[in-house]
Ligand binder design. Structure first.
Ligand SMILES: [Zn+2]
Length: 65
């Protein structure tokens, strides 16, 4: 199974949207975009929210290393 967004091979559970199957990373970005769009009503806000999601993930993962 491959990601519809980045064409990476998906290991584990894929993230399914209404129209696509995404890998974990793209799924997170998609969720961030959706949340950002809902919160700001603009694509620019959606993109910045998606980046914010990624930064938060990095902080949580890399906290101990
Ligand atoms: Zn992907």
């Amino acid at each position: 199974m491959r990601c519809d967004q980045c064409d990476a091979t998906i290991t584990g559970e894929p993230t399914r949207t209404a129209t696509r199957t995404l890998c974990h990373g793209c799924g997170e970005t998609f969720v961030g975009l959706t949340a950002g769009y809902a919160a700001t009503g603009s694509v620019g806000g959606a993109v910045s929210t998606a980046r914010w999601y990624r930064v938060m993930r990095k902080i949580r993962r890399g906290g101990r290393s």
